[in-house]
Design a protein around this ligand. Structure first.
Ligand code: NAP
Length: 515
């Protein structure tokens, strides 16, 4: 892997001076991470930044996940930027197309389009000690094969590539030989004809439970292959009436109240997730049980849909449509485990052959093993993947990594949430980044590298916090790595994360003075 990826690395000399670009800050990705970083840099008067984006529009996850039914599980006024609340949401929980429109509006209003180079993909980022710069090699996707890459020489690197961006395909024997239509939930094939077809969905996570009700409406037969049932709660979602929209648009105080109320409600779940206080989750458990009982009459199906692990261990989901879809005559829930995929069928461990025309893969993303980790090389030449290979992924405050100076990892290790809005976490990370730049500039410093000791202390604290948490009670999820640790998840309230990122803490860093 490393050898082939290194072929993508170009030195400044190889790239040719015409293809070398000096920038103060290079931001990789224009999803919410890149948009927040760019907007706040601009607002602070730092205009020397460039955002590179491999697609041809901003948006990241919300641009790519166009599957039918795609919508957010966090209410609109909370799942929007604190500094861009003046958007007229059509309903209490935003749908994908509306969230993507919001992102485009943010990019336009914050003047970010002038900073973005689209269809430009990072193939390598290496820290160079001699000029104290990140050399980021990028490929222009519209260039002819063999064209020279561009090298951005950047003082600061912001990795905004997202945690849920690299689709994960299941390692099931025979999958490559499937001859029907096959696509991942995050790469929806809008040309695929689903009408009357025999369709299979593998996976029952957040994506699948939104897809299943939509596909069930058109499929001849839909077979859902479930490994573990999720906890599903009612979705208290509705369109806003005209007067509500008008009021929310014109009265900022009202938006703040709605946002604060959504925020507090979600923060109240934290003790139940992070401590042994499982009883605090009882109301959610009752809501789940009531929904399942009301929507699924068949006791056998209900038993199959009933989770047998601690609530909160996997992400809790919300839907009013999933259980009714599972109870439809044209939908079958299969729980016997997949043995093999044939050219036109899936064989389960009980020996049954399920004939299918279309296979929809809803098995999530590479989170703790993202391919991007192989592309970024720090002080000792090792990649992030190499550095994290033995111990698992680790950062300081989820944002900076020892040995990778002047780098900010958006949505880094230990920032994932099971209960609230990631946008609050991203805004906190960007605030911390800007405080570091202020500190650097005020003292004439050039390089800041978090110390190994500070990072170790921080991660010891994280590990202690995670021990009694719901996430490590035995279920599988994208929070957990292959060692059974939960390095992806933040084990406290978003409030605490925000407070911890309000100020820069120079004692945790080694610095090199400019010059
Ligand atoms: P996911 O939550 O990781 O779910 C993956 C599903 O695939 C699980 O049911 C898993 O089963 C199953 N699976 C994985 N490998 C399998 C295999 N080899 N054979 C059979 N089944 C397999 O992925 P996702 O649904 O795409 O969601 C990912 C994250 O994206 C969510 O947690 C959420 O943060 C975000 N998201 C949010 C929304 C929203 O806000 N509404 C919507 C979509 C996604 P096991 O449970 O047994 O592992």
């Amino acid at each position: 892997m490393t050898a082939s990826l290194n072929e993508n690395k170009a030195t400044v000399a190889e790239a040719g001076e015409g293809r070398v670009r000096d920038v103060e800050v290079l931001i990789v990705g224009s999803g919410f991470s890149g948009l927040i970083a760019g907007a706040q840099l601009r607002r602070s008067g730092r205009l020397g930044f460039t955002i590179i984006e491999r697609a041809d529009e901003v948006g990241g996850t919300w641009r790519d996940n166009t599957y039918p039914g795609a919508a957010c599980d966090v209410p609109s006024h909370l799942y929007s930027l604190s500094f861009r609340q003046d958007f007229s949401w059509s309903r209490s929980f935003g749908h994908q197309s509306e969230i993507h429109r919001y992102q485009r509006e943010v990019a336009r209003a914050e003047g970010l389009y002038d900073h973005i180079e689209f269809r430009t993909e990072m193939t390598d980022a290496t820290w160079h000690e001699e000029d104290r710069r990140w050399h980021v090699t990028a490929r222009r996707l519209d260039d002819a094969d063999g064209a020279e890459p561009v090298v951005f020489r950047a003082r600061e690197l912001v990795l905004g590539v997202g945690a849920l961006c690299e689709p994960k395909l299941p390692d099931i024997p025979g999958i490559a030989g499937f001859e029907g239509e096959m696509f991942h939930s995050a790469r929806w094939d809008h040309d695929a004809d689903l009408e009357g077809k025999r369709i299979a969905v593998i996976g029952t996570g957040a994506s699948a439970i939104q897809i299943v009700p939509e596909v069930a409406k058109v499929a001849g037969k839909l077979t859902v292959f479930q490994r573990t049932p999720p906890y599903i709660m009612p979705r208290i979602d509705r369109p806003y009436a005209g007067f509500e929209k008008a009021l929310l648009k014109r009265v900022p105080a009202l938006r703040r109240i709605v946002r604060a109320q959504d925020w507090l409600l979600r923060e109240s779940q934290v003790p139940g997730l992070t401590t042994g206080a499982e009883w605090t989750m009882k109301p959610l458990m009752w809501a789940h049980q009531a929904l399942l009982r009301a929507q699924v009459r068949d006791p056998e199906l209900r038993a199959k849909l009933t989770p047998d692990y601690r609530i909160g261990c996997k992400r809790m989901l919300i839907s009013n449509k999933y259980y009714p879809a599972m109870a439809r005559d044209n939908v079958e829930l299969v729980t016997s485990g997949i043995e093999e995929i044939g050219p036109h069928s899936i064989r389960t461990r009980d020996g049954v052959e399920h004939e299918i025309d279309v296979l929809i893969i809803c098995t999530g993303f590479h989170v703790t093993d993202s391919p991007t980790f192989h592309l970024v090389h720090g002080r000792d030449g090792r990649s992030l993947a190499g550095t994290w290979g033995e111990e698992g992924m680790e950062a300081y405050k989820g944002t900076v990594v020892h040995g990778f100076p002047n780098m900010t990892v958006m949505m880094g290790p230990g920032t994932g949430l099971g209960h609230s809005s990631m946008l609050q976490m991203l805004e906190a990370q960007v605030r911390y980044f800007l405080r570091r730049l202020d500190y650097r500039d005020a003292r004439g410093l050039d390089v800041a590298d978090v110390t190994a000791e500070a990072q170790e202390r921080y991660n010891d604290w994280m590990r202690d916090r995670l021990k009694p948490s719901a996430w490590v009670t035995g279920c599988s999820s994208w929070y957990i790595d292959d060692k059974g640790n939960a390095p992806a998840v933040w084990p406290s309230t978003t409030t605490r994360f925000i407070l911890e990122h309000r100020k820069f803490d120079p004692k945790a860093y080694d610095f090199v003075a400019a010059g």
